[in-house]
Design a protein around this ligand. Structure first.
Ligand SMILES: O=P(O)(O)OC[C@H]1O[C@H](O[C@H]2O[C@H](CO)[C@@H](O)[C@H](O)[C@H]2O)[C@H](O)[C@@H](O)[C@@H]1O
Ligand SMILES: O=c1ccn([C@@H]2O[C@H](COP(=O)(O)OP(=O)(O)O)[C@@H](O)[C@H]2O)c(=O)[nH]1
Length: 741
């Protein structure tokens, strides 16, 4: 690390970074001292744990607060990461961080476990500090850079950035829950906060339920339309901006944790920890920031009652509780510390014997290596949070247990419980249930422990932190390398989908089942894709639908779909459902417009060699693939201008080397909605490659799966490279569905 100095001049920054992360905390906190090595220590909490590997992999800048008031630091480099410190005064620290962030938003967003305080001067400080963070980010972001803002302390930054730097691509990730509207609506500044967030292009949440709560808040406070994961935000210029609000469950560097746990010195340390505890049969472990959301009191109460009722003894079982110091100047946290320490003292006084402590309480923050040793030493990991955005400790425990041993007891109020279903899931408010679960965990047979841990480990490895950031950033920018085949997370999503009773498999054709070719009439699905589609179409509980921009006749010619397939052509204008008929009938005005349209576009196309016009039942498509990029773009511009002049307001839509006009507005989203209704599907998987498929992705709901084929900005959560990988996906789906029956 280069030494950081107090700066006398303005900080040395330049707008050179293509990727900027902005979070309240930097990965290191300034802790004083003179030597370069002793001035900084790692920051607490899961946010830093998760983002550090992401930042190391991207050559970006990390903008944040250095953990100390009234000090300014020049930008510096730490462990390969460019750090841009933002200063906070002592008053701001009190009002923006301890006050509005941790005594207003934190309790409010965690279901008012503690009462939130609302103070107008705290809000003013929050606005001022958010503006400072936005300015700092803008000052280092290159033209068109990606800026990824983190967490509840900085919810106004996306809008502030969009206003000052419309060139930026802006993402936001909320690490904590987003509450139900009944709770959120208590916030006096509820409209400003939602507006601040809507400045982002993509807003990420930990759980689908959080994203749902946010969308509801948008509808209730602003009346904006939301479709699936999309919020339609009207802008001042009259345009409608699409903001994605969906869940991206965060994770850890699972391989790094396993590697740490496999080190002989870590294993020796784990044995040493057990010996120091008097070698009991069962070591129970809790690791948390000392926070009232973590349910530390509930777990101690349950453990104390088990000792009292002699369902456990201290010779048999001991509890190690790491409670790392957190937000110590906030009154609720001080009170909590007193209460916990009183409880520990009482329980130890009542139940400990020499050499057999009831509770070993450690009010310290430990380095990662010690954490890994603790995880290995623990037979039972207790995660009893009353509400927690994710809880990375649960995932770290699983990642460390390469021996397939250990039991995870996990609160259903953590984000982690959405994924870690093979844990013993508990409601920590139910003390009797919690006690039973603790006894069950302590006495679980080895074979059962191994079965559960294997399944948990598979899940954590499949969705690690690299996958989390890649998925978020791909949604944000549409770029990134797509790995070959069906990725682990997509496979997991499909496995979940395979279990629903009625499934709709909706597929685009060109570029998805069939490789793109120069002459549209030559397109054919690959043999493998066709076989997989036919296999899926054989069962009554799975409906196949082809959703194409092509006219229905042309689709039938090239796709030869299975008899049972539902069909949608001309971007949702034509539908062929089970009754066999095609729904489309143009009114007189539409027919006249269609004739005019054909004349204009055919005339424009006749001037360009290689241009090709396709007539559709309710429109026309101008294909420019054979013209080359600039000539194609010029022809499209001319056609667009001439149509706009003669038929103003006619719906148009650009695709890959194609420009389409329609006399009736419809899109693939409407088609999917109609197909969903018709098939009575409980869930939908939609796979498509073109920009016109984005309308379909926009209608998907939280239990659905959207798969974008190829590169490009997309609302879909998953990616595949091309038709061969689509075929593989459909084969996997067919197999899992057969297995689920
Ligand atoms: O910075 P502090 O005030 O000391 O607090 C530490 C961090 O705590 C919170 O962590 C959250 O993020 C984790 C990773 O996504 C997640 O697993 C956990 O459930 C959350 O509570 C907070 O959100 C961070 O901003 C703080 O830095
Ligand atoms: O003494 C400690 C206690 C916790 N942690 C780390 O802090 C993070 C806590 O993240 P979590 O999501 O569980 O909760 P948060 O504190 O962010 O609310 C995890 O990576 C822990 O390994 C740590 O390094 N040392």
């Amino acid at each position: 690390m280069k030494p950081a100095t107090d700066s006398e001049d303005a900080p040395l920054v330049a707008p050179i970074y293509d990727m900027v992360v902005v979070s309240n905390r930097l990965p290191v906190d300034y802790v004083g001292g003179e030597g370069a090595e002793t001035q900084w220590k790692s920051s607490p909490g899961g946010l830093v744990t998760a983002l550090e590997p992401v930042m190391r992999a991207n050559d970006g800048a990390w903008v944040g607060w250095a953990g100390v008031a009234d000090r300014e630091f020049d930008p510096f480099e730490h462990d390969g990461i460019s750090i841009v410190p933002v200063p906070l005064s002592a008053d701001e620290l009190e009002e923006y961080y301890e006050g509005f962030s941790n005594d207003t938003l934190w309790p409010l967003y965690h279901d008012v476990i503690a009462p939130p305080s609302f103070h107008r001067e705290w809000w003013d400080a929050y606005v001022t500090v958010n503006r400072r963070f936005a300015e700092a980010a803008a000052s280092v972001a290159a033209d068109g850079a990606v800026v990824w803002v983190q967490d509840y302390q900085l919810q106004l930054v996306p809008r502030m950035l969009r206003e000052s730097r419309p060139d930026l691509v802006i993402g936001f990730f909320n690490h904590i829950p987003f509450p139900a509207f009944g709770i959120y609506s208590q916030l006096p500044w509820r409209r400003q906060v939602v507006d601040g967030l809507l400045g982002a292009d993509v807003i990420g949440f930990q759980r689908a339920a959080d994203a749902g709560n946010f969308s509801r808040a948008v509808r209730r406070l602003y009346g904006y339309k939301t479709r699936g994961t999309i919020v339609e935000v009207p802008e001042e210029d009259g345009e409608v901006r699409h903001v994605v609000a969906r869940h991206f469950p965060i994770s850890i560097d699972a391989a790094a944790f396993e590697e740490l746990a496999r080190k002989p010195e870590v294993q020796e340390r784990a044995r040493e920890i057990r010996r120091s505890l008097g070698d009991p049969d069962i070591v129970m472990l809790g690791v948390d920031r000392l926070d009232y959301t973590k349910g530390i009191r509930h777990r101690m109460k349950a453990f104390g009652e088990l000792l009292r009722d002699e369902r456990l003894s201290v010779q048999q079982a001991t509890l190690v509780q790491v409670a790392s110091p957190s937000r110590e100047r906030v009154e609720t946290y001080r009170q909590l510390r007193d209460e916990i320490e009183l409880t520990v003292g009482r329980l130890n006084g009542d139940y400990s014997t020499l050499g057999h402590p009831a509770i070993t309480y450690l009010h310290h923050g430990y380095p990662r290596q010690e954490m890994a040793a603790l995880y290995l030493a623990a037979d039972v990991m207790l995660v009893t949070a009353l509400r927690d955005g994710m809880n990375l400790v649960a995932k770290e425990y699983v990642a460390s247990r390469y021996d397939d041993d250990g039991v995870l007891l996990l609160s259903e109020f953590t984000g982690a419980s959405d994924e870690l279903r093979q844990a013993i899931l508990v409601n920590p408010h139910d003390i009797e249930g919690l006690k039973d679960a603790m006894v069950e965990a302590g006495s679980m047979p080895k074979r059962e422990r191994a079965r559960r841990m294997r399944a948990l480990r598979k899940r954590v490895k499949e969705n690690d932190v690299a996958n989390w950031s890649a998925t978020f950033l791909e949604t944000l920018t549409g770029v990134g390398k797509i790995a070959p085949g069906v990725s682990g997370p997509l496979r997991s999503a499909v496995a979940k989908l395979a279990e629903v009773e009625r499934l709709l498999v909706a597929l685009d054709f060109d570029g998805t089942l069939a490789p793109i070719v120069d002459r549209p009439e030559d397109a054919r699905a690959t043999e493998r894709a066709r076989a997989a589609v036919e296999r899926l179409a054989e069962s009554d509980d799975t409906r196949i639908a082809l959703v194409s921009g092509r006219a229905l006749d042309s689709l039938k010619d090239v796709a030869s779909p299975p008899v049972a397939a539902l069909l949608s052509g001309s971007h949702g204008v034509e539908l062929q459902l089970d009754s066999g008929g095609v729904t489309l009938d143009l009114r007189d005005g539409e027919l006249t417009r269609l004739e005019q349209l054909i004349e204009i576009v055919e005339d424009a196309a006749s001037a360009a060699d290689g241009a090709w016009v396709e007539r559709k039942p309710a429109g026309i498509a101008l294909h420019t693939r054979r013209l080359g990029t600039s000539a194609g773009a010029a022809l499209q511009r001319t056609a667009r201008e001439r149509v706009e002049e003669a038929l103003p307001g006619l719906p148009t839509r650009g695709g890959k080397n194609v420009l389409e006009f329609a006399v009736r507005a419809s899109d693939k989203g409407e088609a999917v909605t109609r197909l969903r209704q018709h098939s009575g599907a409980d869930a939908v998987i939609y796979v498509g490659d073109d920009v016109t498929d984005e309308d379909a992705f926009a209608t998907l709901e939280s239990d659905d799966v959207g798969v974008k084929v190829g590169q490009g900005k997309s609302l879909a959560a998953y990616r595949l490279r091309g038709p061969d990988d689509v075929a593989e996906l459909l084969e996997v789906l067919a197999e899992l569905r057969d297995a689920a029956r």
